[in-house]
Write a new protein. Structure first.
Length: 311
């Protein structure tokens, strides 16, 4: 098991990242902004003249496991929404119904197997949402943007089992959602509180996050088991199941001593062969005498020891 899957964890960096923002009203859910143009920068290769972690949140983590994700501010897709759909959305905002805005990070890694793509979605707290009238005016063309506060936490940690957990809840990203109107329409996501990390993304002003991707076991029997079922799956599979099987095989070994651990069984084997020969010749009386002789030997440890001594 250990030879087919080395239990030493290895780095498991983010290979691809996608960010999107959706709005939901009584009329349904509609995607506003989405970008797949995200750069992944290694933490240990960032500009040493800038302190990317002034509060020391990442001091306990391995720098090789940390990446800075910098995305384009402009969406990677046009906002091709039919006029009737937009009108229906504006009308639903006039009905004073609850409005929800979701953000979603979609992150891809090489492992664990079956969970290579991780999705982290969360609803923005209602107290940080823009007013419904501001969203209406953006949709009908009166203004070009609205602001959302505390959209998502800045720091994330991806566990070895594929879960996404915010690292610091109090460090959140606020942003302006801007609609660009030229020949076609598309949305832009402008981060308004980029802090010390602003100069590390090469001018990109879109969604940005610091992600710690924990090391995971490599592919193999042990690696797949740990990745899919965690340490509890390994315990149940190997300690309980396999351990119980081995224990059953090794139990009551003292009962097998008369059959497997005697010095010499030639005389006992000769009696068994004589029983078979007597039966074949029809000498049933001789067969019975030999049979009870064999039983008497096995019932007496002293006689068994005498009959099995080497010549």
């Amino acid at each position: 098991m250990y030879s087919s899957g080395n239990p030493t964890n290895i780095a498991n960096p983010i290979k691809d990242a996608t960010f999107q923002v959706d709005i939901k009203t009584v009329s349904g859910r509609l995607n506003l902004y989405q970008t797949t143009l995200c750069e992944r920068l290694r933490w240990d290769l960032l500009d040493s003249n800038v302190n990317p972690d002034p509060f020391g949140y990442l001091d306990t983590y391995n720098k090789n496991d940390i990446q800075l994700i910098c995305c384009q501010a402009d969406a990677s897709t046009l906002w091709l929404v039919p006029r009737v759909v937009r009108t229906r959305l504006i009308q639903s905002l006039e009905w004073n119904t609850d409005m929800e805005i979701f953000f979603t990070w979609i992150l891809s890694r090489d492992r664990p197997k079956g969970k290579e793509v991780v999705k982290y979605e969360k609803t923005v707290d209602p107290q940080y949402l823009p007013t419904q009238s501001d969203v209406q005016m953006v949709l009908n063309g009166s203004i070009n943007s609205f602001r959302i506060y505390n959209v998502y936490p800045r720091y994330f940690r991806l566990t070895g089992s594929g879960d996404v957990r915010p690292l610091e809840e109090d460090i959140s990203v606020s942003a302006d959602l801007i609609i660009n109107r030229e020949q076609f329409e598309w949305w832009a996501f402008q981060d308004i509180n980029r802090s010390n990390l602003s100069g590390l993304c090469g001018g990109l002003k879109g969604p940005m996050a610091v992600i710690i991707s924990e090391e995971t076991p490599p592919q193999g029997i042990l690696g797949d088991t740990l990745s899919k079922f965690s340490i509890w799956g390994l315990y149940i599979t190997f300690v309980l199941a396999v351990g119980r099987f081995i224990r059953l095989q090794c139990s009551d070994l003292r009962m097998r001593i008369p059959f497997e651990n005697l010095p010499s069984c030639d005389r006992l084997i000769a009696i068994c062969e004589d029983i078979y020969a007597a039966r074949a010749e029809g000498e049933l009386g001789v067969e019975e005498v030999l049979y009870w002789t064999l039983v008497k030997i096995y019932r007496s440890p002293h006689m068994l020891l005498e009959y099995t001594k080497p010549d």
